[in-house]
Design a protein around this ligand. Structure first.
Ligand code: UD1
Length: 323
């Protein structure tokens, strides 16, 4: 299939582009390189330097590549920043999506794979979280993801655009085959922050609270390897095109790790001291988040393969060490 990967030079997008190439698709990466990196462009993928906020550039890219499907991973994702600068998130995430959907209606691509997030659920009312869990986002980032899912629902009904909304839990790790080496710039997520501390780029890890109602007092998250996310994108595209219907599924490993477990694992695997200090809680952090990924298993035949803590940390460290 001819596929436009919007945001394909970014951290998750480059892994997805690699997976689609491996499966024999024709891949064009469309990226404004605001956070994506040229070094993440894989041999075999064409590249268009463009911005989804510039409608004409987007429309032309879709028409020129004859895109039949779009994988859409170009969005802002820093939860804290979204609460301070919601306008950036409104424009990048919501306006960007509307441009894409309108361009779909104009150029005729039929399939869209969308990077949604577990942030749509908000504070969990039960665990593990399945797709029937109420969606009450606690931050503006999660709100944009939920709104976008609703737009997708309407364009499915009105324009026949079939979408897979993939609700990622905590994406982490790097390509086990070492093809993607571009590191995220100014990361705010736990594992890259730990890696930067291990490399000496940061002085210490701030642990955001150790008085939660969890066994060691630190928050528990469901970390999912980016290569597992990538395979789910390819399978989701097969599913929505083969069945001519839209889906919304969770992507998580179904196991939880605490901040301290991740930190201890990283100290062991890297052999570095990784200094840390407990600071106050970060507003809006639920104590525990774990996924039920049963629906992705059932519909897509998908299963996480690389999402054990050892592989998550080891593949991250390989990428950071290589830099
Ligand atoms: C959040 C979203 C998630 C989204 C992701 C994208 C929520 C509830 N979750 O994940 O859906 O996909 O952002 O960025 O909105 N931590 C530290 N020190 C640090 C960094 C993190 O202790 O320097 C802790 C956090 O308090 C948290 C855990 O590590 O308990 C993971 O944090 P992070 O990697 O930022 O992801 P989430 O906030 O869980």
């Amino acid at each position: 299939m001819n596929i436009l990967v919007v945001g394909g030079a970014g951290y998750i997008g480059s892994h997805v582009a690699g997976e689609l190439l491996d499966r024999g698709h024709n891949v064009t990466v469309f990226d404004n390189l605001s956070s994506g990196l040229r070094e993440n462009l894989l041999p075999g993928a064409a590249f268009i330097h463009g911005d989804i906020l510039r409608y004409e550039q987007l429309r032309r890219a879709l028409a020129e590549t004859g895109a039949e499907a779009v994988v859409y991973l170009a969005a802002l994702k820093a939860v804290g920043e979204s609460m301070i600068s919601p306008e950036k998130y409104s424009v990048n995430n919501i306006t960007g999506t509307i441009n894409l959907l309108n361009a779909a209606a104009e150029t005729g691509f039929k399939y869209l794979i969308f990077s949604s997030s577990a942030a749509v659920y908000g504070e969990p009312v039960y665990l593990p979280i399945d797709e029937k869990h109420p969606a009450n986002p606690e931050n503006y980032y999660g709100f944009t993801k939920l709104e976008i899912e609703r737009f997708l629902g309407w364009y499915d009904r009105l324009k026949g655009i079939r979408c897979a909304s993939l609700r990622y839990f905590n994406a982490a790790g790097y390509d086990p085959r070492g093809r993607i080496r571009g590191l995220e710039q100014n990361p705010a997520n736990l594992i890259p922050v730990i890696m930067e501390t291990a490399c000496g780029k940061r002085g210490e890890l701030c642990i955001f609270g150790d008085d939660y109602d969890t066994p060691d007092g630190t928050c528990i998250r469901d970390y999912i390897h980016v290569s597992d996310l990538a395979s789910a994108h390819a399978l989701a595209l097969d599913f929505i095109s083969g069945n001519d219907r839209s889906i919304t599924v969770n992507l998580g490993s179904e196991s939880g790790s605490s901040v301290l477990e991740v930190l201890e694992g990283a100290r062991r695997i890297t052999g570095k001291p990784i200094p840390s200090r407990v600071t106050g809680r970060r507003p809006g952090d639920p104590a525990r988040l774990t996924a039920s990924a049963a629906l992705a298993g059932e519909l897509l035949g998908w299963k996480a393969e690389y999402s054990d803590l050892e592989t998550l940390i080891r593949t991250s460290w390989d990428a950071y060490r290589a830099n």
